[in-house]
Design a protein around this ligand. Structure first.
Ligand code: HXC
Length: 518
């Protein structure tokens, strides 16, 4: 019979073996590839490197997994743990590539789901670190069953606790759909690969030639597909981005985001804002110049910075209060709304609303993008997402119109009629059904054609339109905006609006869910 000490020694030995995953040699191989091991990643994520790992002794069910070394698949290839991130509880699942390539068998998937269930129960963020060869081939369709259950849990958690996926290694085939169902994807350059079908299959089926990096590397998704939200230099950077992101988020949908300010509002006017816009309304400028002056210094945290750049989405703080910022970027395609920028904005609005984050919208939008490609691509459906997302959001919605606010795109940038709680405009605002050139072409077609000097007539009519209609006062006269403010007062105005709307409560009719155009 073993003594207690022997039993404890045996436990220590078993634990040490399990925690080494596929062994030191394979961990060394990870390092050579520029990757950390599954547990090194968890150590970086959680405060003081401390975390409580669950199901260390899990192994593939022998009836399900026809693998000669199933017993050696320590922890079934995924480290699942809870710990604190900046003092707040979080749950994580970190795939261990050193164990059968981090492949997903049923037990592996069950462990990930179990972490999701605990995160849901405790109202804590759920983080997955993906580094896997995909469905474990030896487990056949049981691996698929496991994936299905992961997708189901991602969906259950959606809108209840924040979900963040880090892509540190391969994540291919159907496996890519778990990150896609989560709220934010952070992808590591060079090592992360995300695609449904890899280069070889593509070559086989369509004859197209492309490298894995060009197809599914971090930059491919950051710039081309918009599937991911942040690009990380390496695993350490990915963890740092995760922590920064969490610093803006509540732990769950019943909490408010972390508040880092004081109750006192000491907000001097910023005179430089009065001259920040170019005098020529057709001249571009960088919206970040405005954002940096309006929000707390260094607090702007941009999301999807390299995709659909005519719209900016970001978290920021205003006197320590977290807000979601949606702003047109006049520096890129004039700040126009197109298919991708509508998708980008709408999804972010939905996230903010789900997690009690007030939305601040800064408007300088010339309209929706014209063109056959946009029309055939479904700009009607995609643009409608912005309308739906804003209209259904019940968090405080504050809108500031800086310059152009034309037509449907003006409405789609959270006009008062979409339920904005406060709408202010700078005196430079141009709120109109359409721009002057387009308007006179429709309204005064014959007058221009029949004029002695059609060019001069057109100019005269454009000027008349500008003088009469391209200002904020027509909208102010019928209550479409609350105030016309001097730009230098913006920070004060928005701060008061935010503080006074923080207790906002809005009731809507009961329904299962609305049908956002998808
Ligand atoms: C079982 C796997 C595996 C898998 C890798 N391994 N992927 N075992 N099932 N899916 C094992 C390898 O056999 C090897 O084991 C170890 O992991 C490391 O793999 P290597 O190939 O040596 O590593 P590397 O050269 O870095 O290549 C990594 C890789 C490659 C690109 C991911 O392993 C690969 O292509 N794997 C198969 C990918 C795949 O087709 N997966 C199934 C997709 S279908 P040993 O013991 O030799 O060290 C799918 C459907 C999901 O996922 C649908 C969900 C809805």
């Amino acid at each position: 019979m073993s003594t207690n000490k022997e039993k404890i020694d045996e436990l220590r030995e078993k634990k040490a073996k399990a925690l080494l995953g596929g062994g030191e040699k394979r961990i060394e191989k990870q390092h050579q590839q520029g990757k950390l091991s599954a547990r090194e990643r968890l150590g970086l994520l959680f405060d003081n490197g401390f975390y409580d790992e669950f199901f260390i002794f899990a192994e593939p069910n022998k009836q399900l997994c026809d693998h000669p070394n199933a017993k050696e698949m320590h922890a079934d290839g995924v480290a699942t743990a809870l710990g604190a991130v900046d003092g707040r509880l979080a749950y994580a699942a970190s795939q261990d590539f050193t164990v059968s390539g981090g492949s997903v068998g049923y037990m592996h998937a069950w462990k990930i789901c179990e972490m999701g269930r605990k995160a849901l129960r405790d109202g804590a963020p759920f983080i997955t670190i993906n580094d896997s060869g995909g469905a474990r081939i030896q487990e056949g369709i049981n691996a698929l069953r496991g994936y299905g259950e992961i997708f189901y849990h991602n969906t259950l958690l959606s809108g209840v606790v924040p979900q963040i996926a880090i892509i540190s290694g391969p994540c291919a085939g159907g496996a890519a759909y778990s990150p896609a169902l989560m709220d934010f994807i952070i992808m590591v350059k060079n090592t992360g690969k995300l695609f449904i079908t890899g280069p070889n299959v593509i070559k086989e089926v369509t004859g197209e030639d492309i490298s894995a990096e060009e197809l599914g590397g971090a930059m491919a998704h950051a710039v081309n597909s918009g599937n991911i939200h942040f690009v990380a230099e390496d695993d350490e950077d990915a963890i740092a981005i995760t922590k920064k992101l969490l610093s803006y988020l509540p732990s769950n949908n019943t909490e408010e985001p972390p508040y880092t300010g004081s109750c006192e509002l000491e907000i001097p006017n910023d005179e430089s804002l009065n001259s920040i816009l170019p005098d020529d309304p057709r001249e571009a400028y960088d919206m970040f110049d405005v954002l940096n002056k309006v929000f707390d210094p260094g607090s702007i945290f941009e999301i999807q910075a390299d995709w659909a750049k005519s719209i900016i989405i970001a978290f920021a703080r205003l006197n320590g209060r977290v807000v979601g910022v949606v702003a047109n970027q006049p520096n890129y395609m004039g700040g126009i709304l197109d298919i991708n920028s509508s998708d980008k904005g709408a999804r972010f609005i939905r996230f903010c609303n789900a997690f009690n984050i007030p939305i601040l919208t800064l408007v300088d939008v010339p309209g929706f993008m014209p063109g056959i490609e946009q029309e055939f691509g479904g700009i009607i459906r995609h643009g409608a997402k912005m309308l739906f997302a804003y209209s259904s959001a019940t968090v405080p919605k504050l809108t500031l119109i800086l310059r152009k606010a034309y037509g449907g795109a003006f409405l789609a940038m959270c006009a008062k009629s979409l339920g904005a709680d406060r709408v202010a405009a700078w005196p430079t605002a141009e709120i109109a059904v359409m721009g002057p050139e387009g308007a006179v072409a429709v309204l005064n077609k014959d007058e221009i054609k029949n004029a002695a000097d059609p060019k001069a007539k057109r100019q005269e009519l454009i000027q008349e339109y500008k003088d009469n209609l391209l200002n904020p006062y027509v909208a102010a006269s019928i209550g479409m905006i609350d105030s016309v403010i001097e730009p230098m007062q913006t920070r004060l105005y928005l701060s008061i609006a935010l503080e006074t709307s923080k207790s906002k409560r809005e009731l809507r009719p009961q329904k299962k869910h609305g049908l956002i155009p998808m």
